[in-house]
Design a protein around this ligand. Structure first.
Ligand code: BGC
Length: 775
């Protein structure tokens, strides 16, 4: 339990005006008389529910969706603001608006919605101090009343009646029993607005409404200015997609209403942006009832990671769009918690998605504190038996769903507990995250071993059973009259049993847990042997003969040497039999291309990556996607929408391919022996159709840049290393180095070191092409 670093004297106070979840929002208020305003006057504030603070009518700060989302029964974030500029001598009015938020608005989908998940009372806690002297603190002398927000919810949207803007205090407050030690300083960057998006297009619908296309799908809110008569109403619906004939379609939102209903107060122009909700959309349909005219309208994307920390471009424009689609899906789903999607009645911190995306996330944005915070939630939600939740913060931990067992313990998902700390360690070099999560890792590994009492994990088929796994979720089977091979749950589960045990053994060594390191290394070897016995045929063929099995087994060194050549040939045949169409789902896809380049099968990696048919990354780009789709087949070639019951157009999981673009194509990889980009391992793979390639990344030492271009039989590779980052050119049999900085060079086995500054490296490429044709 993170210790609260400041002395709280305030009480958590609930507005008596509040009538419960789904009713009008309310506020608490108090006056503060000041004889002088000292420049170091600070406000420390938090809430049960979401809050906004106004001083003398002016909103404090620009942070959105404060105090944020954590496992509120474990820790609750507070923010601190210097408020001197809002205060004046004499009477100051402090008003704290409160909304249902993640605290008590609907969580989970329609079949098993959870309301009041973390509590049924919204409340605020705040204190104003200058240095050590307390000027004001929330207590039972505060007043309360209702807000013009007549209803709000994360999925619901917001109803706002501007005629109710002159706030009336109609009652007092009640001090709640609350453990102040739950309060922790907000652990990551606040949710902020990105630059507004103006409509790229608009058109009228038959029912008199107008549809606005903002040309970018995003986690966002609408913002508009309208003028008209009091009582006129502006209703805004949102959607990610248009069906055939430009039909406005948001059936995939499921039970998330995701609407805005704004009632005008009339007179001068009125500007409105929702306060306690957000949506996932590209299109907005606006209907006005009564006399009013829309003057301006914008989409306001929001995110906890608004700024990019890395970029990748190449000679294929659709690939560059795919990278930006990944950036937007990250922004849209990194809103306090890494969620699966921002639009439907889900938006949950799914661990599997976050696990496979962790590496890419760190390349594209500075995620250290954001994902570290998330890991604290995952650890808080871990079950006593070691099962790691399917999503975190986990509403089902406090409100188990009858008859659906425990929503925890799936391999591939629970392995976030080893994989994400490892990626954070590689990217930011802080062993602290490894030490903090190591006990939870051990509990998870014991849980995995106990599922079937040994190295081979045999998950039950029933959702909710101990060890149930999502396997390789959404693995495409192709034409279901002649379905292509897919991986079985026990094989997928055992692969991840080995992956997590292997990672934990390395981590134990790094944090000096020698005894555990020895035991885990031994257990990893045992799982590896069992995997060989159970899944390899005597000819080196993997049992399910599907792309996911080979990709994960080769990437994590689980293929015995004696089978390497044969298994590689089987792997190639499976892909060629599929005519280079992807045959992997959530856990197989991130491993597919890295495994192929590791095996020198770039021709297949290039074919899979650049195919434009479904399933394929570029298929969705060619259909106009501006974010990453949940399903490969989310939209049919004729524009018809695939089953809206589970079809998000903004899921970052398949964007995890960007890690391969940075590490295997641009050839920039963090090193586990010198993490945090103290050392950058340079291992480019020259996929000719992607030439020219360029990538950049903001490391803790500064910006690293790399670019390459193929000229005939060689590739010119340029890299600029910041002070503090050492380059290590590894020997590469596929693309041997011929020159470094103009000097003929044979790279020694242990690699060639490069200091800070700009370097030019020439690699031989031709050999590769010739080899490509024959194989
Ligand atoms: C979520 C995914 C998740 C999957 C696992 C879906 O509903 O959107 O993000 O990984 O369930 O079952």
């Amino acid at each position: 339990m993170a210790a609260s670093i400041m002395k709280w004297q305030a009480q958590m106070i609930a507005p008596v005006a509040d009538r419960g979840q789904g009713t009008p929002a309310s506020f608490v208020s108090k006056s503060l008389i000041l004889t002088h305003v000292s420049p170091d006057t600070q406000l420390h504030i938090s809430a049960q529910g979401l809050y906004l603070c106004f001083i003398n009518g002016e909103r404090v700060g620009e942070d959105l969706l404060t105090p944020g989302w954590t496992c509120y029964d474990h820790r609750l974030a507070y923010q601190t603001y210097n408020i001197a500029k809002y205060l004046k001598t004499g009477e100051n009015k402090i008003v704290i608006w409160l909304g249902d938020g993640w605290w008590r608005s609907q969580m989970m989908w329609a079949q098993n919605p959870i309301f009041n998940c973390w509590g049924d009372r919204i409340a605020a806690i705040a204190q104003i101090q200058s240095g050590k002297s307390l000027l004001l603190a929330t207590d039972e002398t505060w007043q309360s009343g209702n807000l013009p927000i007549t209803k709000s919810g994360i999925y619901y949207g917001e109803d706002y009646d501007a005629r109710l803007e002159s706030l009336k205090e109609i009652g007092g407050v009640e001090a709640l029993t609350f453990k102040n030690k739950l309060l922790v300083p907000h652990e990551t960057s606040p949710v902020r607005a990105l630059p507004f998006l103006a409509p790229a297009e608009q058109w009228a619908e038959a029912d008199g409404s107008t549809v606005f296309d903002f040309a970018q799908n995003a986690g966002a809110v609408i913002r508009f200015t309208v003028q008209g008569e009091a009582g006129a109403v502006v209703t805004v619906e949102h959607s990610e997609i248009l069906g055939p004939k430009n039909h406005f379609d948001n059936r995939n939102y499921r039970s998330a209403r995701a609407q805005i209903v704004y009632t005008l107060k009339g007179g001068a122009a009125e500007t409105y942006q929702p306060h306690f909700t957000f949506m996932g959309f590209r299109y907005a349909r606006v209907k006005i009832t009564g006399k009013a005219k829309l003057i301006t309208i914008h989409a306001v994307p929001i995110s906890s990671v608004p700024d990019m920390a890395g970029g990748f471009t190449c000679g294929v424009p659709e690939v560059n769009r795919l990278v930006m689609n990944t950036v937007w899906s990250q922004r849209s789903n990194f809103i306090e918690v890494p969620t699966d999607c921002p639009q439907r009645d889900e938006r949950l911190g799914w661990t599997g998605d976050a696990q496979v995306f962790a590496g890419t996330a760190c390349w594209l944005a500075d995620c250290e504190t954001f994902l570290r915070k998330y890991m604290r939630d995952v650890v808080a939600d871990q079950r006593k038996d070691g099962a790691v939740p399917h999503f975190s913060p986990d509403p089902t931990r406090l409100h188990p769903i009858k008859g659906r067992g425990d929503w925890a313990g799936s391999t591939g998902w629970g392995d976030v507990i080893t994989v994400m700390p490892w990626q954070l360690y590689l990217h930011y070099g802080d062993v602290g995250v490894l030490q903090e999560c190591f006990p939870a890792m051990l509990k998870w590994l014991d849980y995995l071993w106990n599922i079937s009492g040994g190295p081979i994990v045999r998950p039950p088929a029933v959702w909710g059973g101990k060890g149930f796994t999502f396997g390789d979720w959404l693995q495409p089977v192709g034409d279901n009259r002649k379905p292509r091979p897919t991986i079985a749950d026990d094989c997928a589960a055992t692969l991840y049993h080995a992956i997590s045990t292997g990672l934990a053994a390395r981590i134990a060594k790094i944090i000096g847990k020698q005894k555990e390191a020895t035991a885990l290394t031994k257990r990893h070897a045992e799982i590896k042997r069992a995997f060989e016995r159970e899944y390899f045929s005597s000819t080196g063929r993997l049992a399910h003969n599907d792309m996911t099995s080979y990709a994960l087994a080769f990437l994590y060194d689980l293929v015995p040497a004696k089978y390497a050549v044969a298994a590689k040939a089987y792997f190639r045949k499976v892909i060629e039999d599929a005519d280079g169409l992807i045959g992997t789902g959530f856990i197989g896809t991130p491993a597919l291309l890295p495994a192929l380049t590791k095996l020198g099968m770039d021709d297949l990696a290039e074919k899979l990556f650049l195919n434009r048919k479904v399933p394929g990354w570029l298929y969705q780009v060619e259909r106009g996607a501006t974010t990453i789709w949940e399903r490969w087949d989310a939209l049919a070639p004729d524009g018809s929408i695939y089953d809206p019951d589970m079809n998000s157009y903004n899921h970052y999981a398949y964007g995890a391919v960007c890690q391969w673009l940075f590490e295997d194509v641009a050839g920039l990889a963090p090193s586990s022996s010198k993490p945090g980009f103290d050392e950058i391992v340079i291992t480019p793979n020259f996929l000719s159709q992607l030439s020219p390639v360029s990538a950049w990344h903001q490391t803790r030492h500064g910006r690293v840049e790399a670019r390459w271009k193929i000229n005939g039989g060689s590739a010119q590779y340029e890299i600029t290393l910041p002070e503090g980052a050492m380059g290590l050119v590894k020997p590469n049999s596929q693309f041997p180095v011929t020159h470094i900085n103009g000097r003929k060079t044979k790279v020694p086995v242990k690699g060639q070191r490069l200091g800070a500054g700009r370097h030019e490296i020439t690699f031989a490429v031709k050999a590769n092409n010739k080899r490509r044709k024959t194989q």
